[in-house]
Ligand binder design. Structure first.
Ligand code: F6R
Ligand code: MG
Ligand code: MG
Length: 361
């Protein structure tokens, strides 16, 4: 059967600054999605949170960008934001940028990753969710998984993967996209995705067209034209049997890399892989977190979840991330901890600089 997996998330306010989603907000979401499941709008769901982001993982058979599914998510976020407001939680309703809903949550605040595929005889699925960073944070990860044979042994060994993958890269500034094939266009691919603030990998498919991964690409600041928090992305990856193995998909996180986000969405910091329990950033509002839930699909039902980074094998990565965080923090307000000029445009820094303008001689 053809299944659609929709992961839709929003920051609707949180407990103690931008720290974590309030339990009652999650329960509100669960109750509403349970009702939607009962009336067969969705087949199954799982509600979770990563830091201050409420994450709705839903399966259904309606395809991507379906108005009813988006409306459901929109209603859930509005109801949960209401709970946030009731308790005067911080930044209540932050990612609800519009009063009205017009059929799709894209551009209204929430982040969206959706994928439709024919469910295989066994369908292992990995859902990545990050906090205090932006969609471009996945570029390095998706490159390693689908294009780097030093990460993914299957690219060399498995005949089903040996032809490589096609990456769709979105230019966030110009709102256009390009498809690049790996390995033959690897250097072109890297030329773009090495600039993750502008070019983000939107999806990956196998050369035979099999959908392999899809990521959220919303950048709220580009939508709103001002700082509205980072976009804390999500990503769906299918695994095994002619696609990278679960362990190959997780492997890039063993060596954390620097991403943009962290405090005030204005700093570079390491992306720390952690369990759901530990996805509650505190230090300097971070460092940026990534968690991963694994599911097996059974006729669109979500069997699981398994908390994939809840493994001592990632302890060293967490330690490395803490050390990398220290190195950056030492720079205080200096680059490269602080983001470059272009990225700072969408923060509150220009207001400060404007005030100084008339004093320049
Ligand atoms: C990061 C984030 C936080 C806030 C920071 C200041 O994405 O949301 O780091 O930017 O806590 O928040 P305000 O300006 O609301 O006090
Ligand atoms: Mg927040
Ligand atoms: Mg967040």
């Amino acid at each position: 059967m053809k299944v659609t997996v929709s992961v839709i998330k929003a920051d609707i306010g949180s407990l103690v600054g931008h720290h974590r989603v309030f339990e009652e907000c999650k329960r509100t979401a669960e109750t509403m999605l349970q009702k939607a499941k009962k009336r067969k709008l969705i087949r199954d769901f799982h509600v979770t949170s990563c830091g201050d982001d409420l994450e709705l993982i839903m399966t259904h058979t309606k395809g991507v960008d379906h108005a009813e599914i988006h409306r459901l998510a929109w209603n859930v976020f509005n109801a949960s934001a209401k709970v946030s407001k009731k308790y005067k939680l911080y930044a209540a309703g932050q990612d609800i940028l519009s009063e009205t809903f017009s059929g799709n949550v894209k551009g209204l605040g929430p982040g969206v990753a959706e994928i439709e595929f024919e469910e295989r005889p066994s369908e292992p699925l990995l859902i990545f969710m990050a906090d205090k960073t932006e969609p471009g944070a996945w570029n390095y990860f998706l490159y390693k998984v689908f294009a780097d044979p030093f990460n993914t042994a299957g690219l060399v060994i498995d005949p089903a993967m040996h032809q490589g993958f096609v990456f769709e890269v979105l230019d966030l500034k110009k709102g256009r996209s390009v498809k690049l094939a790996s390995p033959e266009e690897l250097y072109d691919l890297l030329a773009l995705i090495g600039q993750p603030g502008r070019f983000v990998i939107k999806s990956v498919e196998r050369k035979d067209g099999l959908p392999a991964a899809v990521a959220s690409t919303q950048r709220l600041s580009l939508i709103a034209g001002r700082y509205v928090g980072k976009d804390d992305p999500v990503c769906i990856v299918r695994a095994q049997h002619g696609l990278p193995a679960v362990g190959e998909v997780l492997e890039p996180f063993a060596n954390p890399w620097y991403v943009a986000g962290w405090m005030r969405g204005s700093h570079h910091g390491p992306l720390m892989p952690c369990s759901v329990e530990k996805a509650k950033p505190t230090r300097f509002d971070g460092p940026p977190r990534v968690m991963c839930l694994g599911f097996q699909l059974r006729e669109g039902m979500l069997i699981g979840p398994a908390d994939m980074f809840d493994d001592p094998a990632f302890d060293l990565a967490r330690q490395k991330a803490n050390e990398m965080a220290d190195v950056m923090r030492r720079h205080g307000p200096f680059e490269p901890h602080r983001l470059g000029e272009g990225e700072m445009e969408y923060t509150t820094l220009p207001e400060v600089l404007k005030k100084l303008e008339k004093r320049f001689r």
